[in-house]
Design a protein around this ligand. Structure first.
Ligand code: KG4
Ligand code: ZN
Length: 334
């Protein structure tokens, strides 16, 4: 079975061909990060325009690299939600056109189901049910993965996503967008105990998260020290922020796993590339004797391979769309 996966939900135009669910024959990503960097974040209008310019050659290259013709495909999977609406529409409309022209089935994929599926590519032995911490720039969810295509969210952020918190803290520390990776690199040279930062608790759901208080604390710390003429160590602050976020994510996920009886845990999404998050999760899972799965760094961020893989399982489950398929900026994962 050969499934083409197309992703355009944010600032990466990506396409890939997956063979038999998890064998990735090609994986092409055209990133716009450098262009958005000068604005300090993704400019939706620019993202949509660049997707329009890139999508044709990205998909063609994915087919060429895989040595697969359109005729050889069993289906065309596309991220239909959630994401930037103008960006999503480019991928969705392209996939609809391709499906109409070739007669190949159209398969809508939830972006977060894609991130979760990135784990199957390197760990085909990972099988549902298990618990997954999905941490990206826009989402922070604890998800019960009930099957390859059915999910139940049991914890979520009440305000900022973990990636957003990383990026906003990094920005206030002077790092360019997206700051998560810079903060991660800086933290390797800092003392994680240098600053004590808040770890908010949500009283009515022990699995939910809140990161806006942490972000505000970091911004205030920087602001106050500037006013007093004190120079903070960026490395120490980076290490303290990263450790605090990693501890919050790990504590909540482990708490959920213990209460719900899961001993297999996965992590997914852009923030799953964070070295602090990976280490804390590894330590906690080793201590409890739990099995932990993490995508390789190359598949943590947005890519087409995860959509092709998730699309393969969706195809198998009979999930199809026709030309009435629309893109949605928000959509619950279920
Ligand atoms: O999943 P993703 O690529 O896009 C969304 O679906 O949002 O996640 C992007 C997020 C950004 O906030 C980015 O800063 C963060 O993932 N990120 C990191 C690291 N690499 C990417 N955050 C912390 N440490 C990293 N190493
Ligand atoms: Zn993503």
């Amino acid at each position: 079975m050969r499934i083409l996966g197309i992703e355009s939900s944010c600032d990466e135009t990506a396409a890939s061909v997956a063979l038999d669910y998890t064998k990735i024959l090609s994986n092409v990503v055209a990133s716009q990060v450098e262009e958005h960097q000068q604005y300090g974040g993704v400019v939706p209008e620019i993202a949509s325009r660049r997707h329009c310019e890139n999508i044709l050659w990205v998909v063609q290259k994915a087919l060429d690299d895989a040595d697969v013709a359109l005729d050889d495909l069993d289906g065309i999977a596309v991220t239909a939600y959630p994401g930037l609406i103008g960006a999503l529409l480019v991928g969705v409309n392209f996939a609809k056109g391709l499906s109409l022209a070739t007669g190949k089935p159209l398969i809508p994929v939830h972006h977060l189901a894609g991130h979760i599926a990135a784990n199957y590519i390197t760990h085909p032995e990972l099988k549902p049910p298990y618990l997954c911490l999905v941490v990206s720039g826009g989402h922070t969810h604890i998800v019960e993965v009930l099957s390859y295509t059915t999910f139940r969210i049991i914890g979520r952020t009440r305000d900022d996503a973990a990636g957003e918190c990383f990026d906003k803290c990094a920005r206030s520390m002077g790092y360019p967008y997206p700051g998560g990776i810079h903060l991660d690199n800086a933290s390797k040279h800092g003392n994680p105990k240098a600053f004590t930062l808040p770890k908010p608790k949500i009283s009515d759901n022990a699995y939910d998260f809140s990161f806006s208080g942490l972000k505000t604390a970091v911004i205030n710390l920087i602001h106050n020290s500037k006013q007093k003429g004190i120079t903070l160590s960026r490395e120490d602050l980076a290490a303290s922020v990263q450790t605090t976020i990693a501890e919050i994510l790990t504590e909540h996920t482990v708490r959920a796993a213990i209460s719900l009886g899961y001993s297999t845990i996965a992590i997914a999404g852009g923030v799953s590339a964070n070295s602090g998050v990976r280490t804390k999760m590894q330590e906690a899972c080793a201590r409890l004797g739990y099995q932990l799965y993490m995508p390789p760094l190359s598949l943590c961020g947005d890519n087409g391979a995860m959509i092709a893989c998730a699309g393969s399982y969706a195809f198998d489950a009979g999930i199809r769309a026709d030309c009435s398929l629309n893109a949605y900026a928000t959509m619950e994962l279920r």
